[in-house]
Design a protein around this ligand. Structure first.
Ligand code: 5GP
Length: 218
C-alpha cells in the first residue's frame, strides 16, 4: 500500500424510519466505485437473503456486550428491541484503504459519532412531509395503526436531530435523492463543499422544508 494514499471520508447517513435511507444508500454504493459500506454489528436475526459479514455481522447479545466492554464499538444503540453498533474496525479498514464510507445508522448512533468522529460528514434524509411519511408507513402494511402512530411520534422527535447534521436532502424523488447524495460525496472529496451550502446545507434545507405546504394544501 502506498504511504501517500488518501484517507477516506466517513459519511454518516440517518433519517426518520420510512424515509427510504436504505434504498438510497444501496443505489449510491452501486454508482460510486470509491464508496464502501460500513458493516455494522447487530443482535437482530438475519432477514431472508441477508448474509453474515456482508449486510451485517450478526452476533448474539452476549457477543455484542463483550465487544462493548472491550471498547470495540465507536457507537451503539438500541432500536426496535435489538442492538446495533459500528465497530472501530469496520470503519477504520476501508478508510485506511482510501475508500469513502457510507455509515447508515439510526439517529442516536449518529449523535454519538458527531462527538467521536470529527472527520465525518453528517447527512440527513427528510421525508417530503410528515403526511407523506405517514402514508409511506401505512402503505408498507407491516405496522398496526398504533405502531404507525408510535413511529410518527419517534420521527417527530428525530427531526430535531437535524440540528447537528451538516447536510439535508428531501427525498421527494428517489432518483434525485440518490444523485444529491452522490453530489455531496463528490464535492466533499474534491474540497468543493462550500458550493453545497445553499442547496444542501442543513439550515437552508430546513427553512425550505418547514415552509412547504402539506400535500393537498394550496
Ligand atoms: P434494520 O434492522 O432495518 O436493518 O435497521 C434498523 C435501524 O438500525 C436502521 O435505522 C439502521 O440504519 C440502523 N442501524 C444499522 N446499523 C447500525 C449501527 O451500526 N448503529 C446504529 N446506531 N444504528 C444502526
Amino acid at each position: 500500500m502506498s504511504a501517500s494514499r488518501r484517507r477516506g471520508i466517513p459519511f454518516v447517513v440517518a433519517a426518520p424510519s420510512g424515509t427510504g435511507k436504505t434504498t438510497v444508500c444501496r443505489a449510491a454504493l452501486e454508482r460510486d466505485s470509491g464508496l464502501r459500506f460500513s458493516i455494522s454489528h447487530t443482535t437482530r436475526a438475519p432477514r431472508d437473503g441477508e448474509r453474515d459479514g456482508i449486510d451485517y455481522h450478526f452476533v448474539t447479545a452476549e457477543e455484542f456486550r463483550r465487544g462493548v466492554e472491550a471498547g470495540e464499538f465507536l457507537e451503539h444503540a438500541e432500536y426496535a428491541g435489538n442492538v446495533y453498533g459500528t465497530s472501530r474496525r469496520s470503519l477504520e479498514e476501508p478508510l485506511e484503504q482510501g475508500y469513502d464510507l457510507l455509515v447508515e445508522i439510526e439517529i442516536q448512533g449518529a449523535r454519538q459519532l458527531r462527538d467521536r468522529l470529527s472527520a465525518a460528514r453528517f447527512l440527513f434524509l427528510l421525508p417530503p412531509s410528515m403526511k407523506v411519511l405517514e402514508e409511506r408507513l401505512r402503505s408498507r402494511g407491516t405496522d398496526s395503526d398504533d405502531a404507525v402512530h408510535r413511529r410518527l411520534a419517534v420521527a417527530d422527535r428525530e427531526l430535531e436531530a437535524l440540528a447537528f447534521f451538516d447536510y439535508a436532502v428531501v427525498n421527494d424523488d428517489l432518483e434525485d435523492t440518490i444523485e444529491a447524495v452522490l453530489q455531496i460525496i463528490r464535492a466533499e472529496r474534491e474540497g468543493r463543499a462550500a458550493e453545497l451550502v445553499e442547496r444542501y446545507g442543513r439550515d437552508a434545507v430546513r427553512a425550505r422544508w418547514t415552509a412547504r405546504p402539506e400535500p393537498g394544501q394550496a
